[in-house]
Design a protein around this ligand. Sequence first.
Ligand code: GRF
Length: 195
Amino acid sequence: MCISSIAVFASGNGSNAAQLMRYFSAHERIGVRLVVTNNKNAGVTEVAKTFEVPVEVFTNEAIAEGTPLLDVLSDYKINTIVLAGFLRKIPAALIDAFPSRIINIHPSLLPKFGGKGMYGDFVHQAVLEAKENKTGITIHTIDERYDEGNQLAQFEVALSQDDTLDTLRSKVQALEHKHFAETIDHYITTLESYT
Ligand code: GRF
């Protein structure tokens, strides 16, 4: 029986969304039941088709307002939201309705290189410019502020002087694909054991 139904929110390619759908398609209790996007042309919509997961597209205004999103999430009986490259701010109504149940992945070791405007290559470029000797990913629940909330896990990778934007991006993406689904699985399973 599926106890936890996940909606993946994504605006881009959806490589993490794909990995989540692949991982949870074989899971007994947890499933990805919906993809939410603000961009009908985003790669993630094709990914969802491959995995036969329905997609709901919302305008930026509807997302900011919150109620249309809440209605659809309720229709699909969603109880967990996973943000995988979703570039819109999550409205307070959603944060209130899903306490501790909205999980984000950020491509740096927060609190370093987080905050408004820090996403994708902006993060990686800043890491390179700061000549960091390591970077990584942070998986966390969200609250009203960007990139804050409870950290669930961090994973690191070493950097050298030879790293470029491309190699750094690949290293971070490899960490994301390896650890995101498993961390969510572990977190939801722990939450379920208390209910
Ligand atoms: C990932 O790097 C993730 O850390 C960030 O957005 C990116 C999404 O990439 N939040 P993809 O669309 O899953 O390939």
